[in-house]
Write a protein that binds this ligand. Structure first.
Ligand code: PEP
Ligand code: MG
Length: 602
């Protein structure tokens, strides 16, 4: 017993390097701490001699970790081993998925009146009177205690977290801060202390999140601060806005927003971009209030006292921009045909029900890759949950490829205890899970078969490296169907081409599979032996080696081949891919319109 206790209490640690240019900021930190909290062990992070609790958003944030910073993650206690493995892999995924926000390039503009320069948050052109930020404080009757108000706010944030990770981050932050407080005053003091510490750091733009949370708690306690918006079209000038205020703005007649003190990385800016509101960062104190101004956030300027010629010019530009958007919006539903008349199918890679629906809206002609991992996040999904989700997605398109669970490597699952591996990218990943967790795949295949209801569905196995492996997986699937007396003659079985060994066995695979889909993200990593999430080592995805691999597959394959790696959306690769003979490209929903447009120029 004592020996066991000692074993549990032995600390385990690993070094993690921040690879995202955005640093380890609030949203990824919130996802990290949410997972850390699910383990029965201590989790700490050490950087520059400072050790903090890595289960709390605010303490982990206080390390101010930026790109290239390496910190030590330590776990100690009963589930130390699983926690370390899962957190390590989640961290890599978070870094990889964190899209770098870069400065938006300005187009030159020629207005005759005086202009004020700014930084672009979201592109657009607006002409309307400028209005200042005004609020009204209303004291409602309050029946809640401080603890109830916290609970109430946490529940609201939980609901909103389905719209954006920003609200999950706010929820985790409030959870961590409220633990130490028993009154609004103590919460306000703590929030001021912590947010003041962020001033002058790279995380200063997250101070508004602290203010936003505090205001939401105050509102729950009856102290509402109502923002007053005009009843006509207007351009809003403010020092900054709280992220939650953007949700209110969307239903007003706002034409544009100019903020003085935010940054292009702030949550307010992210939500403005997501809402498509023309917006700019500029010195609002120099802009006359209640007068008509122009915000041209394509050129990155505010025209302070525009004359009629400037207004005419801006209105023409505004009309053109709207028409262009409408044009590409309608064109995205048209098929993509090259200049020589070859039709290329553009499918979507989707990772949940929402993105599948969005893909339809973006003009996808089918789903080339349904990453089923979304169903398997924090808890194991039931058969019913899975069946319902697949059925909903299968309903949306006629041509759908669903990939069986692809965890391991850079994708961790808290409840799936894969022993710590020295080289997880070469370990239990994708189809290899059949060996260790057949029950999970059995349930997944069962759900897919039930949801397909006779519809033609393609089931794809990831990380296949030999024909035997594919055959085993396929006969396992057929056994599942037999066990539940489901006819699967409507199901096609195929593989992702991600492991280089497959390149040399295409002739053998031709007799076994119904289709292939090339996953260039992993194929490139394995061809060059460079981990796809490595902080320093990078491979050029346009390397001739990658195209040689694709060429050899297309030349030898006698079954349909598509491509679903990121390369399919790279405008410098599309022409080559089509010349190689690929006729189906599967890309992320947001890349569909531009991929189709690029194809039309081949
Ligand atoms: C790939 O490896 O190219 C691929 C599409 O799969 P994922 O990125 O999900 O591993
Ligand atoms: Mg892959």
């Amino acid at each position: 017993m004592q020996l066991l206790k000692n074993l549990f209490s032995k600390p385990l640690s690993t070094q993690l390097t921040v690879t995202s240019s955005n640093g380890f900021h609030l949203r990824p930190v919130a996802r990290f701490t949410a997972l850390a909290k699910s383990y029965k062990c201590d989790v700490t992070a050490t950087f520059n001699g400072k050790t903090v609790d890595a289960k709390k958003v605010n303490t982990l944030l206080s390390l101010s970790l930026e790109k290239q910073d390496t910190f030590t993650l330590t776990t100690q206690g009963k589930e130390a081993q699983q926690a370390l493995t899962s957190l390590q892999t989640l961290f890599k995924t978070l870094m990889q998925d964190d899209i770098e926000v870069t400065t938006i390039q300005k187009k030159s503009a020629h207005y005759t009146s005086k202009t004020l320069e700014g930084d672009i948050i979201a592109k657009g052109v607006a002409v309307a009177p400028a209005t200042g930020y005004k609020t009204e404080t209303i004291q409602h009757e309050n029946s809640l205690t401080f603890k109830e108000a916290i609970e109430n706010t946490l529940q609201n944030l939980e609901k909103k977290s389905k719209q954006s990770d920003i609200y999950l981050a706010q929820k985790e932050l409030l959870l961590a801060l409220s633990e130490k407080c028993d009154s609004l005053e103590s919460l306000e003091t703590l929030m001021n202390e912590e947010s003041n510490a962020l001033k002058e750091t790279k995380l200063s733009s997250k101070i508004t999140d602290y203010q936003d949370i505090l205001q939401q708690v105050k509102t729950a306690l009856g102290l509402e601060v109502k923002v007053l918006f005009p009843e006509h079209a207007f351009i809003l000038l403010a020092n900054d806005l709280l992220p939650s205020e953007i949700t209110l703005l969307v239903s007003t007649q706002v034409e544009a927003v100019v903020l003085k003190e935010t940054s292009i990385h702030s949550h307010t800016a992210i939500l403005l971009r997501a809402s498509g509101i023309t917006s700019l960062i500029a010195d609002t104190s120099k802009i006359p209030l209640e007068k008509e101004i122009i915000v041209d956030s394509i050129a990155g300027v505010v025209v302070l006292t525009p004359n009629s010629e400037d207004i005419q010019k801006a209105k023409t530009l505004q009309k053109q921009t709207k028409e262009q958007k409408a044009h590409s919006a309608t064109k995205r539903f048209e098929p993509a045909t090259t200049s020589k008349g070859k039709q290329i199918k553009v499918f979507a890679n989707v990772g949940d029900i929402e993105s599948a629906k969005a893909a339809k809206e973006e003009g996808a002609e089918g789903i080339g890759l349904l990453r089923s991992e979304f169903l398997f996040k924090s808890t194991r999904p039931t058969l019913e949950t899975q069946t319902k989700a697949y059925a909903e997605i299968f309903d949306a398109f006629d041509d759908i490829t669903v990939r069986t669970l692809d965890v391991g490597g850079d994708k961790a699952l808290p409840y799936l205890h894969i022993p710590l591996e020295d080289n997880p990218f070469l370990g239990i990943r994708g189809v290899r899970l059949f060996r260790t967790h057949p029950e999970i795949l059995e349930e997944q295949l069962h759900a897919i078969f039930v949801a397909s209801q006779g519809k033609k569905i393609k089931v794809m196995f990831p990380m296949v490296s030999t024909v035997e492996e594919f055959n085993k997986a396929k006969s396992f699937a057929q056994d599942v169907a037999k066990k539940h007396t489901i006819d699967v003659s409507n199901i096609a079985f195929g593989i992702m081409i991600e492991v280089p060994s497959v390149l040399f066995q295409i002739e053998l695979f031709n007799d076994a599979v119904d289709f292939y889909s090339i996953g260039t993200n992993d194929l490139t990593q394995y061809l060059f032996a460079v981990e796809r999430t490595h902080p320093l080592l990078k491979v050029d995805e346009l390397s001739p080696v990658v195209f040689l691999a694709l060429e050899s597959v297309v030349k030898q394959a006698t079954k349909p081949v598509s491509i679903c790696g990121e390369l399919a959306a790279n405008s410098d690769a599309i022409e080559k891919l089509i010349h190689l003979g690929l006729t189906t490209l599967s890309v992320s929903p947001k890349s569909i319109a531009q991929t189709k447009e690029r194809i039309r120029h081949v």
